[in-house]
Design a protein. Structure first.
Length: 187
């Protein structure tokens, strides 16, 4: 009697392993995509909060008006907050960046999503030497993803005092609430 030793896998065994691997990957992939998006949102939140804090602290430390806004081609504050944001000392109070005024920081254009500012009267945020908003009673900066999915949106509320807080989902709908209590809308 001849005894044969098997040194490999049968086709059926390989197909079962491939099927099980595909099945596990189909469950793991959506979870890893959500984890990645959540990580990106946390990084964006940290960057925006630190940008506001830096703007306020710089105004207090320098004892001058500091402006945060997107600049257009003529170096004037623009209303398009999807453009790169610039933080600068507005020495001559023109709400535009002039040669000689130091640019403190640039916040690059976002790879994904769009920032918008809703302010009481302006397209920029300016801080006075006291750390309060200068020329505005407050505002909201909202980030919406390209998918326009409001459940993934974020909003920061800037009070007249200059303090910033991240808006929360106070009614448990899965969407953050604006200052008036309504869900943030991404359009």
């Amino acid at each position: 009697m001849v005894c044969r030793i098997s040194a490999g896998f049968t086709l059926a065994e390989l197909l079962i392993v491939v099927f099980l691997t595909g099945l596990l990957a189909s469950f793991a992939l959506p979870a890893s995509v959500d984890l990645f998006e959540s990580s990106q949102r946390r990084a964006l939140n940290h960057e925006v909060m630190s940008l506001f804090a830096e703007t306020r602290h710089l105004a207090i430390r320098q004892g001058s008006v500091v402006t945060l806004c997107p600049l257009d081609a003529a170096n004037r504050c623009s209303s398009d907050w999807s453009m790169p944001l610039v933080l600068f000392v507005d020495a001559n109070n023109t709400r535009s960046w002039d040669n000689g005024e130091p640019v403190i920081r640039r916040f690059n254009k976002l790879d994904e999503g769009k920032l918008t500012l809703v302010s009481t009267s302006n397209r920029y945020l300016r801080y006075s030497p006291l750390g309060r908003l200068h020329g505005s009673l407050g505002g909201r900066v909202t980030w919406c993803p390209d998918s326009k999915d409001a459940s993934k949106a974020a909003q920061w509320v800037v009070a007249y005092s200059g303090r910033v807080r991240k808006a929360q989902d106070t009614d448990n709908t899965g969407v953050v609430n604006s200052t008036n209590g309504a869900d943030v809308v991404c359009s």
